[in-house]
Design a protein around this ligand. Structure first.
Ligand code: ATP
Ligand code: MG
Length: 282
């Protein structure tokens, strides 16, 4: 497969947690405040299933009883519209008001949304942020999440300031990989950025795992990508795979997760299974 040339340049990354230090999912701060688990869904490649995973996993985790926030950091605002909401005029992260004033209730009682914004001014301001601004924005975001158990951040398809901000505020990164010909290409850069963020003294980021998406067991190509990704990354690859299933693509137009839109579909069952795996991995 085409990714084969790419894999030789990917830095080794074999264990799914404890890459640095001895950190665990929840971080306790002086005074007894805890930071929630913050899962950043990132891959600079477009269309690999980041938003579909962020939205469905957020819904599944909230239904499992966890107070959950879905943060839309992508100017495409697909996670926002996929939950049946309109984007904000300005992204709350760039506003002076407390972030919590922008949290919106959703159709699920345990799930809140921090909507995205499409405004060019905001996209420019966020996309061209310096690294130190990203760290400041990340601190602003992380500082407003204390009332949640789990936070999921949907990232844009880039390695720019928005993804760096998300990584800097996260406790783990989940990377969806689409089972296609160029699956592993470009991953070296992504992993290098993750390593840079992990290496910062104030970061609690760990590598949460790799998820195979749009998996079609009948295709030889899928089997090949599956084998190659598991051989290379080992245990950090989730055993759950997300099948290619039209229900997953239809659900956002109904403003629902696939779990609510088509509970018996293969995609719905896979996201519930992924949720169990994610909750077990703390
Ligand atoms: P972008 O990089 O543009 O943000 P993304 O990585 O967020 O894209 P998605 O928007 O989640 O990717 O998915 C890309 C397209 O594939 C969408 O049209 C989505 O509905 C569809 N899709 C995602 N997962 C599946 C699936 N399991 N089966 C079928 N279609 C899917
Ligand atoms: Mg997306």
């Amino acid at each position: 497969m085409g990714g084969r040339q790419g894999t030789s340049t990917i830095p080794p990354l074999k264990s799914h947690t404890r890459l640095v230090g001895d950190r665990v999912g929840t971080t306790w701060l002086a005074g007894g405040f805890s930071l929630p688990r913050v899962i950043c869904i990132a891959n600079q490649k477009g269309g690999v299933g980041k938003t579909t995973t962020a939205l469905n996993l957020a819904c599944a985790v909230s239904v499992a009883g966890q107070k959950t926030l879905l943060v839309d950091l992508d100017p495409q605002c697909n996670a926002t519209s996929g939950l049946g909401h309109r984007p904000d005029e300005r992204h709350a992260l760039l506003d002076t008001r407390p972030l919590r004033e922008s949290f919106r209730e959703t159709y699920l009682p345990n799930l809140w949304l921090l909507p995205g914004a499409r405004s060019f001014e905001d996209v420019d301001a966020l996309a061209n942020s310096s690294d130190s601004r990203s760290v400041m924005l990340a601190a602003h975001l992380a500082g407003s999440l204390g009332s949640f158990d789990q936070v999921l951040i949907d990232c844009p398809p880039s390695l720019g300031a928005l993804t760096r901000t998300a990584l800097a505020s996260a406790s783990e990164v989940l990377m969806p990989i689409q089972c296609e010909y160029f699956a592993m290409e470009g991953l070296a850069q992504m992993i290098e950025v993750i390593r840079q963020v992990i290496g910062r003294s104030n970061s609690r980021l760990e590598f949460g795992g790799i998820l195979l998406t749009m998996h079609d067991a009948a295709l030889e190509l899928t089997a090949e990508v599956d084998r190659e990704v598991r051989d290379f990354f080992g245990e950090i690859v989730f055993s759950t795979v997300i099948p290619r299933d039209a229900a997953a693509a239809e659900a956002p137009s109904h403003g629902r997760s696939v779990i609510d839109y088509a509970p018996r579909s293969r995609a719905a069952r896979a996201y519930v299974e992924l949720c169990q795996e994610v909750l077990e991995r703390v």
